[in-house]
Ligand binder design. Structure first.
Ligand code: TA6
Length: 291
């Protein structure tokens, strides 16, 4: 077995869902081909940075609960048709693996592609190419590129919906959002963030004109979410009632996760003319030194 084969293992499967397992000198990651979904990322000698629900479905056509779902070509509810799937179809479609290569002993790159299918054209009648480049190393980078391959312009909203793992939600705070205006999806109001963000109830907010990086202070470490190609950031924790109501979360799951999502949420939508492209990038890192 070559060194490269040891570091990139293909075609493992959970309930028939294929995934790639990456392991290099800095980190380990697992990426499902359904959704191009990074559902595990941990640096060597450190707890996972990404949260994954112990009750997540690993089923065809159902998004994994945790990791980084790719919300595309719309974020949240469809703007005009509430019967269409929340957060679009990219997260539940099977992507094609184009490349998996070791850049050096500490860094591995994976490239996945989604193209239109009969099903996608029914949901969203546009020709596109969607690429997700994932770089697994001391940091985790995801770069989502949308190309308009159609003859007409189209508009997308999107998010790299990262679920970050925390020790105790009631003791964390997020820095970088002070004085930013946000839409509060819980109350339906527009508000302004006063100081740092703490979480002691349901939080579902779309922050505007965000200056990345955002910093999540957990008890033993500090996580950072940096982004390019995005001016909106979504922060979400379902809190007690919504968590209990979700079939793929344990009742107390809300205590150990917080989503901080680099997004092109409504208000930051991207209009692409034919052949134009846009890249939304998110970089997740930790301050904890590798031992
Ligand atoms: O990003 C926050 C959000 O849009 C919330 O409103 C919440 O519903 C969450 O995503 C999870 O959505 P999902 O469709 O995965 O259950």
């Amino acid at each position: 077995m070559t060194q490269q084969e040891k570091m990139i293992k293909h075609k493992q499967s959970i309930n028939d869902l294929r995934y790639i397992e990456i392991s290099n000198m800095s980190a380990r990651a697992k990426i499902a081909l359904q959704g191009a979904h990074v559902f595990h990322y941990e640096r060597v000698d450190e707890k996972p940075l990404l949260w994954l629900s112990k009750k997540s479905f690993f089923e065809k056509g159902k998004a994994i609960r945790g990791g980084i779902p790719v919300c595309w070509p719309w974020f949240g509810k469809h703007p005009t048709n509430s019967e269409l799937p929340q957060h679009g179809f990219a997260r539940s479609s099977v992507w094609e693996l184009l490349e998996a290569e070791e850049i050096d002993g500490h860094t591995t790159k994976v490239l996945l592609q989604l193209q239109p299918s009969a099903e996608s054209l029914q949901l969203w009648p546009h020709k596109f190419e969607l690429l997700l480049a994932i770089i697994v190393g001391r940091t985790l980078t995801l770069a989502l590129t949308t190309r308009n391959c159609d003859t007409q312009p189209f508009e997308i909203t999107a998010a790299l919906h990262s679920y970050l793992a925390v020790e105790n939600i009631e003791k964390v705070y997020v820095e970088g959002l002070a004085d930013k205006s946000f839409f509060d999806k819980v109350t339906g109001e527009n508000r302004t963030q006063q100081g740092k963000l703490t979480v002691c109830q349901e939080v579902d907010r779309v922050y505007r004109k965000v200056d990345y990086p955002l910093t999540l202070h957990d008890q033993a470490r500090t996580l950072h979410v940096d982004a390019q190609g995005s001016s909106t950031a979504v922060v979400w924790n379902p809190w007690i009632e919504k968590c209990v109501a979700m079939a793929d979360m344990k009742d107390d799951s809300y205590k150990t996760m917080l989503c901080i999502e680099a997004a092109n949420a409504p208000g930051d939508a991207c209009m692409l003319t034919p052949r134009e492209e846009h890249t939304l990038t998110s970089v997740i890192s930790s301050d904890q030194e590798i031992l």
